[in-house]
Each structure stands twice: as C-alpha cells, then as structure tokens.
Design a binder for this molecule. Sequence first.
Ligand SMILES: Nc1ncnc2c1ncn2[C@@H]1O[C@H](COP(=O)(O)OP(=O)(O)O)[C@@H](O)[C@H]1O
Ligand SMILES: [Mg+2]
Ligand SMILES: [Zn+2]
Length: 275
Amino acid sequence: MITHSFWEEQKYKLETHYSELVQEKTWTCKYCGRPVAPKEIRDPNTDELILLVPAEQHGCAGETAHLEAQAAELAKTELATVRAWVGLSPKLATCTFNSYKTNTPDRNRQKAVMWSFVHGLIEKQLDGHNWVVMCGPCGTGKTHLAAAVLNHLVTLGAHKSLFVSWVDYLNRIKASFDPQSPERTGDLRRRLHSAKLLIIDDLDKVKVTDWARETLYDVLNRRYDRNLATVMTCNAQASDLMTLLGAPNFDRFCEVQYAVVEFKGKSYRSGITYD
Ligand SMILES: Nc1ncnc2c1ncn2[C@@H]1O[C@H](COP(=O)(O)OP(=O)(O)O)[C@@H](O)[C@H]1O
Ligand SMILES: [Mg+2]
Ligand SMILES: [Zn+2]
C-alpha cells in the first residue's frame, strides 16, 4: 500500500534494496579516497533505521578546501548583492582606502581625515558631529574616498547605508511624479531620509535650482533631526559652500559637521589643473 507520509514512502521505496543499503556501510571520499563513515537516518517517530548516507563532513584537507572555496564564493556573491543594494557600482567597488594613493601631502591628509571619520562612525565616537563635505575640482579623488568609506562599512556587513549621485536622484524623483513610474516618490525619499550613512555625490554637477535646494533641504533636515551620518561631495570651493547649500542647510551643517575636506591640484585622471 502506498501511503503519502514521507517516512512511510521512504520505507516503501527502500524495502526492495534495504538490506543491501544497510550492508554498504562505507563510502569513499572523492577528495582523499578514504572511506567515509555513514550517517544514519531514522524515522523520527519509531526510530527505525531508514537510510544510510555518507557523513556530510569528515575533515580531510581536500574536503575542507572545497568547503572553504564554496563559502568564499558565497560570501563574494553576498558582498556583490550588498554593494548593488547600497548603490556601489562595480567601478565604485574598486574605490577603497587601500587603492587610494597618498603620494602627495594633500592626499595623505584627505585619506587620514576620511579614515578617522569612518573609524569614529564604527566606534560611535563622533558625538553627533557626523557630516562631511568634500569639495574641490573634478578628478581629485572626492568620489573615490567617499566610496571608500562605504566600501569599508560594507565589508563589515553594513547594508543600511546608501550612495547616490545627486543628479541621478533628482532625475529619479522627477520621473517618479509620473503615475506610471515604477518608483514611488515616497519610497525614494524615505531611503535617503533613513540611510544610516548617506553619501550624496556631486551636489553641483548640474545647475542648482531652487527646487534642487529644497529637495536637498528635505533630505538634510530629516537627517539632521535623526542625527544620521552624511557625506556630500561638490565641485564648489569651501568658501562657496553657503551659497551652494543655501542658508538653512549650511546652518545645520555647521552644527553637526565633522569636517570640510578640501581637494586641490591636478585631476588624477587627466593631470589637468582646474581652478
Ligand atoms: N589618490 C588616488 N589614488 C588612486 N586613484 C585615485 C586617486 N584620486 C583619484 N583617483 C582615481 O581617479 C579618478 C577620478 O577620481 P574621482 O574620485 O572620481 O574624482 P572626483 O570625484 O574628485 O571628480 C577615479 O578613477 C579615481 O579612482
Ligand atoms: Mg566625483
Ligand atoms: Zn576526504
């Protein structure tokens, strides 16, 4: 009689070659060739022996290497998923503290400030002073160091942070006003309001309109209220920051700032100096 209970079914299937299975008490490890002890599978209700299978692990070098490689592969795909989720493109994923060259005193100082910032964040030692603006001409490494902060946090498992290009974000907000849009305005805004660390890249890549400044106020004011860490990059000089951000944003920034990091000199890309 065929029953539909799982265990009954196993017994039924195995009845014909049951004795043969029980007799074959060893398996061979495909990595080292040694015999592997069996593991017994019993009916949880009656404790009757149902099946013998090879033990899952027996700890030889080949098997260990195989399991470690498998785990590393899994960790890599998990990391890639987290990076994509927090807005780090494959290019930005290569922008780490390690890959940031400190061959000039300026670069050395910039890296040191951002490293101490991320360290302070991790250790919760910033005492409310957790906003950074990185400013200076294009190609000088602002985006690289901003991404380095997030890459470092991601390797520690942080997944509630976010990297956005400001231009891209404004365009997505505009697109979301269309009722047909797959993205909801509220969802887009909420993620920026609540990210544990938010990096806003290139605040002034396009003309800063009143609407853009108000949108920035919406984001920054919420983050100010919740005292959430925020990093912004822009091409403006430090002395133009108030005009760029607008007085309400600038005022909040002054209170909770960790640093204004100035980037100067040649573009790392082209060697050109833009002043
Ligand atoms: N100190 C540095 N060490 C290594 N690569 C750098 C450094 N500074 C900039 N780069 C690289 O140069 C390019 C331009 O830097 P980026 O951070 O995009 O400049 P910015 O955001 O200031 O315009 C990127 O590919 C970046 O990885
Ligand atoms: Mg940039
Ligand atoms: Zn083995």
